[in-house]
Every structure is written in structure tokens, then in C-alpha cells.
Design a protein around this ligand. Sequence first.
Ligand SMILES: Nc1ncnc2c1ncn2[C@@H]1O[C@H](COP(=O)(O)OP(=O)(O)OP(=O)(O)O)[C@@H](O)[C@H]1O
Ligand SMILES: [Mg+2]
Length: 407
Amino acid sequence: MMAKRQNDGNFWFESNNFVRLLILLTAIGISMGTIIYTNILSKRLKERERQSIELFAKALEFVNNTENAENLQFVYNEIIGANSSVPCIVVDSLGNAIMHRNLDLPEDITPEKQKSLILAELEEMKAEHSPIIIQAQLDNVVYNTWRLYYNNSNLFNQLKYYPYVQLSILLVFGFLAYVAFSYSKKAEQNRLWVGLAKETAHQLGTPISSLMAWVEYFKAVPEFRNSDYIKEVEKDIERLELITERFSSIGSTPALKEVNLVDHVKHTISYLQTRISRKVSINIETVVDPTLVSLNPSLFAWVIENICKNAVDAMNGQGAINLKIIKANEGKVFLDISDTGKGISKSHLKTIFEPGFTTKKRGWGLGLALVKRIVESYHQGKIYIKRTELDKGTTFRIILPSANSRI
Ligand SMILES: Nc1ncnc2c1ncn2[C@@H]1O[C@H](COP(=O)(O)OP(=O)(O)OP(=O)(O)O)[C@@H](O)[C@H]1O
Ligand SMILES: [Mg+2]
């Protein structure tokens, strides 16, 4: 039975991991594909822009070096006018800008401002592409050399950044989907906890009432009235009632009341001590007494019991457990529970509070998951491993808000 449970768990875990890996690889594949494909497209666009700007430069040169250029209306219309997307600036041999196209200059600015904007654009263009030379000739003699500088068109820039914008959007969506998924998974786990706990409390109710009725019946019989058996059965019924109360508290919003933590720990330990090996000594250290906290006593006793039971297991039934209550600043109270057990290996530290994680043959891995839930969800506290050393021991720290100051 045990082996089957673990195998099932592993199968589910592994197939889950496989699906995750598959989704991740597909996402990486799609992203790489998009980036490579847009890179090819933008390279092609870049070449075409270079060609069209070269044609534009040639047309300028041609028109400039041809007499009666007014007759070349089509060159103006079809080539020079056709460049409506690639920004460019023509400078003369002295470096003065003598012409510009498609610069996104704001209207209504002073000529000085316009000049400085053009110069700034020119610097950018110089860094981006090598210039195209235009030679102005008169009677086949070059009298001036102009340089045409240009920049990428808006279309090119958009295409360049498109895959990154797309990837960022995908990442945001992926993140939101992940959050929504884990939220709904958590909500489902919560429903399971609450449902199981309620059902258990409900089911225990009937046999307990019946046992109580039997005890009353036997008490009425003179031979049994003062018998030790009846007292033992009554103690067991009390314990069963406590367990039922714990389950029913887990299944609803438990009522908290102001309790002295020191007294509560002492009371819980006195019950535990009679039930664990005599070779385990339990010591309670208090720094300040009383230490008032808001607690649901029966649930919090469950926390202490679970941690102490784990401690006893970790010490193989022999060693010392120390419980220390410290009143910290900022309205917090610490409860440190230390043992002299085998410690927790680093690789287990992250999973130790997860339901189902166990290293024990007969464990269910529910103890610490329950403890965390009780401390964090029902008491607005925190629990973590403060210290652990292999073969030396472990200390769990619980932080609780002191009464009237929730964390
Ligand atoms: N004090 C400790 N020292 C060393 N290891 C610990 C200690 N407390 C818990 N662990 C480790 O954490 C695991 C999970 O503990 P948890 O109480 O959740 O489950 P469990 O004790 O294995 O089973 P269950 O409590 O459901 O019977 C344990 O199996 C053990 O390996
Ligand atoms: Mg346990």
C-alpha cells in the first residue's frame, strides 16, 4: 500500500514535470523562431532601404547635374518624392546641412532650435550608416562633394523591437497565468483541507456520543461506578472530543482567545510528557512570563504536539527537547522548539512544510503542513527552521503576534 502511494506520487510528479518541460521548450522554440524570423525580415528591409536611399542619392545627383532639370518632373515625382519613409540629411563639403527629408521635426520652432535638432539627428545618422557620396558637377568637373546621411525608417525600428515587445507581453501573460493557476490550486487545496476536516469531525461525533452514553450506563451499575476502567475510558473520550474539536476548528474560522503562552505550553507538554519515551527530557525556558497571545488553544496544542513528535522521531526516542518563549520587540512573541536529533539535510529544507513530504516509513507528511497552516492561516504568525545541523539538532521558530497586535 505504502509503496503504491509513493509510486503514484512519483508518476504524477514526473509526468507533471515532463509537461512543464514540454511547455517551456515549446515557448523557447516559438520565441527563438520569432526572433530569428524577424531578424531575417529586418535584414532584408535594411538592404531595401539602403538600395532606395542610394537611388534617391543618384536621382539627386542626376537632377543636380542636368541642365533644364525642370523637364525631369518624373524623377522628382517618382524617385525623390517617393522617399517618404527613410529619414535623411544631405551635407555639403563644409558639413552644412543643405537638405533633409522625413525628419520628425516639431512645427512652430525657431530656426535655431530646428538647426540644433537637425545636427543631433545628423550625429545619430553618422553613427548608424556610412554616408552616400553625391558629386555636384559642372561641365564634367566636380565642384562640390555632398554627403547623404540616413537613418532607419520607423517601419524598420518597429520591426526590430517587435519580437521583444511580443516576448514581454507573452512573459506578462505567462506570469499572470501562473499566478492564477497557483492561486486556484491553493484554493482547491484549501477546500480539500477544510472539507476533510469538517467531515472527520462530523463522523467522529456519532461514536463519541454513543461512547458517552455507554459510560453513563456503566456508571449507573454499582460494580462499575468507581472502577478505574471507567476513568480510563472517560479520559479517552475526552481526548477524542479534543481531536473532534481540532478537526472542526480547522474546518471553520477558529475562535481565538487571549492566553498566556507560557501556561499553554506547560499544559500541552504535561500531557505529552506522559506519552513519550522517558529517555526524552523536555525543558521549558521562559524569558518573560506572562506572555499574552491570541490563540485557539486546541489548535495550537496540535502545533506543539506535531513539532515535538517529529523531534522525538528525529532523536530516535532519546535526547532533549527545549521550548523557549521569548518576548521580542514590535509586539511579537517567539516560540523556539529545539531538539538534539539528526537534523534536516539542506536539500529537504524547502520541501519540509509541503503536504506529502516525508522521509519516514510510516509517515504521511502532513504534520508540518498542518502546523504551517495553523500558525500562518489561523494565527497570522510565521514558522521557519531557525537552525539545523546534521546529527546535532534542529530549532523551529514560531512567531506569533502578541495579544492586540497582529503581524
Ligand atoms: N525535528 C526534525 N528533525 C529532523 N527532521 C525533521 C524534523 N521535523 C520534521 N522533519 C522531517 O520533515 C518531514 C516532514 O515532517 P511531517 O511532520 O510533515 O511529516 P511526517 O512526520 O513524516 O509524517 P506525519 O507527521 O504526517 O506522521 C519528516 O519526515 C522528517 O524528515
Ligand atoms: Mg510529523
